[in-house]
Design a protein. Structure first.
Length: 265
């Protein structure tokens, strides 16, 4: 119990310092010309503090964000998702070995909406970020370098990934070995028009969480790379909207984070 309390207090202190730093970035405008590609940020309407953070954070790095309203699992109907063919529990359990939560379905639909938008608009490539992403200080420079270095047929370039089975590809990029483990993550990534089109055609019915879908793009013949060293981490201030009630550790962490936001937000 003492270890748990110590861990929670340590994380609370760390979160508090980070949140104070982030608040100083609020509404900071771009000091350079905006990037030449869209930077889509997925954000729930009920999470204005996350929206303020990520938009200010990206602008401070020279990246102008476009906020994409997320599908909110709390406001969605499972019966409607099944009836409209957007979710099939049997397919999910066959593909992913379990049912998906409404939060996971909503998150998956949010990422899918960006792929559909890219196809509709003919966008050559884009940056996609969730609203708890923490980018490195040289993010814009490294993103543009990765796009230039990537092979012509690249599909997805992960800026953060939970995988250590890869091999060098070109300068600053690695290629994943899908047979050993999956590059599972949807925190922040680059996606090409071709990959957006393929995923827009193959995502429904939603049967993987968004991060697991991106970890499996090889099954549709898409090339997946990662920026190395990784460029993005997860911001440690905000409570999880997807896994917050999964177990006692997540619940305790979310409680402390929500308390800090109420007191200092």
């Amino acid at each position: 119990m003492a270890d748990l309390q110590s861990s929670i207090l340590f994380r609370a202190a760390k979160n508090y310092r980070e949140y104070r730093r982030l608040r100083r970035l609020r509404n900071q405008p771009l000091s350079v010309a905006p990037q030449t590609y869209p930077a889509y940020v997925i954000n729930l309407e009920r999470s204005p503090e996350r929206r303020l953070y990520i938009t200010s954070h990206l602008r401070s790095l020279g990246i102008e964000p476009t906020v994409i309203p997320a599908f909110d699992g709390k406001k969605m109907s499972l019966d409607e998702e099944i009836r409209e063919g957007r979710y099939n529990d049997e397919v999910s359990r066959q593909s992913f070995d379990r049912s998906l939560s409404m939060a996971e379905i909503g998150c998956g639909r949010s990422h899918l909406s960006i792929y559909q938008r890219m196809v509709r608009d003919g966008t050559p490539y884009a940056l996609v970020s969730e609203d708890d992403a923490q980018f490195g200080a040289d993010a814009r420079e490294r993103i543009e370098a990765a796009i230039k270095a990537a092979p012509a047929d690249w599909g997805v370039i992960q800026l953060r990934f939970d995988c250590r089975h890869f091999e060098p590809a070109v300068d600053g990029l690695v290629r994943f070995k899908f047979g050993e483990s999956l590059p599972v993550a949807a925190t922040a990534y680059l996606i090409s028009q071709r990959a957006a089109r393929v995923l827009a055609e193959n995502t429904l019915p939603i049967r993987y969480p968004a991060d697991s879908l991106l970890g499996r793009v090889d099954q549709w013949g898409l090339q997946a790379h990662g920026v190395w060293p990784e460029l993005v981490g997860v911001n440690n201030v905000f409570p999880s909207n997807i896994q917050g009630t999964r177990n006692s550790r997540f619940r305790a962490s979310n409680f402390v984070k929500n308390l800090l936001l109420r007191v200092f937000g």
